[in-house]
Design a protein around this ligand. Structure first.
Ligand code: 8YV
Length: 315
């Protein structure tokens, strides 16, 4: 019997590709120089898409695959999948929640600590010889005892808040309403008000059309020249032009960012700034977590084609 055909939208680690290739005929879309010709050639037989969180699946891609039944996302965020196009055709969508939650929270808190304490600059100070030449490293900012705001208290936001409480920060959060699992933390409905009372503002919202640019000029102004913005969600949650303006004008103190519009080709204005910490979208990037994510991508596809319940269905 011939194997089921899957469109592979982005690369995966070798262990995932081996497992997928053993069970399915994988079509590596990401390697094709002429994407339209690739879809025209293979599209007719494809029944599944294996994609990545940041790559998703567009309406055009979905429409080019008449036999498509399932889209399996390697990532918790599925904002890049055109859900209405999938819904119209009854196409199933799965993601990889839970397995990455704590790693993403860890990196968010690590970025806050690294940026506040000048860890990257400190290493440069040592390696460049500045320590011996110029003397003591400039003093940095204390973290404990400060006020943190968590914008979006879902799974990742909750783990961020728990960690921040462990580092003795005072935690407040915004969400659609107060959460019964967040009794020790202060609920603040308005993101601008949350920013105004925060030294560190974490963006941990699942991205959607509704949350687009939820962090705009007003939130950045409220966070202020001593404030730090940390984004481990999606770039679309932040008005990036407003963020760059605020960082350049120093009306916002600093930012620590793992996600960018148009990544990996980020706006060059970021590269000229000395008040940012920039990471290559790697919050879930540990071997352990990526193995668990890859296993879920595979398990969801297998379950679907074997007629079993999907382990982590979105649609
Ligand atoms: C991944 C992510 O880096 O989970 C998500 O939504 O953005 C990240 O965990 C990405 O999906 C891997 O391609």
């Amino acid at each position: 019997m011939s194997k089921i055909e899957i469109l592979q939208v982005g690369p995966y680690p070798a262990w995932d590709e081996e497992r997928l290739n053993a069970s399915f005929t994988m079509h590596p879309y990401f390697q094709a120089s002429d994407k339209a010709a690739f879809l025209a050639k293979h599209g007719g037989g494809i029944r599944g898409i294996a994609t990545r969180g940041e790559l998703g699946a567009s309406r055009a891609m979905i429409e080019a695959l008449p036999k498509l039944e399932i889209i399996s996302v390697y990532g918790v965020g599925y904002d890049a999948v055109d859900l209405s196009a999938a819904r119209e055709r009854g196409i199933r969508v799965t993601n990889t929640p839970d397995v990455l939650t704590k790693d993403v929270a860890d990196l968010g808190v690590a970025m806050m600590l690294a940026q506040a304490r000048g860890v990257i600059g400190g290493e440069t100070w040592v390696k460049s010889g500045d320590w011996a030449k110029k003397g003591l490293y400039p003093l940095k900012t204390r973290v404990h005892g400060k006020r943190a705001g968590v914008l979006g208290l879902g799974r990742i936001g909750f783990e961020v808040a728990r960690r921040l409480a462990g580092f003795d920060l005072e935690v407040a959060y915004s969400d659609t309403g107060p959460k019964d699992y967040a009794k020790d933390w202060t609920f603040v409905a308005d993101p601008v008000e949350l920013a105004a009372r925060s030294d560190f503002l974490f963006v941990t919202l699942a991205a959607s059309v509704e949350t687009r640019h939820i962090v705009g000029r007003k939130v950045l102004e409220a966070l202020g020249p001593e404030g730090m913005l940390i984004n481990i969600s999606r770039a679309s949650n932040i008005d990036e032009e407003a963020l760059l303006d605020a960082l350049e004008a120093r009306s916002l103190g600093s930012a620590a960012l793992d996600v960018f519009e148009g990544e990996p080709n980020l706006n060059p204005r970021f590269l000229a700034l000395d008040n940012v910490l920039l990471q290559p979208h790697m919050a879930s990037g540990t071997v352990e977590t990526r193995k668990a994510m890859g296993a879920l991508v595979f398990d969801n596809l297998s379950a679907h084609f074997d007629g079993r319940a999907l382990p982590t269905a979105v649609l």
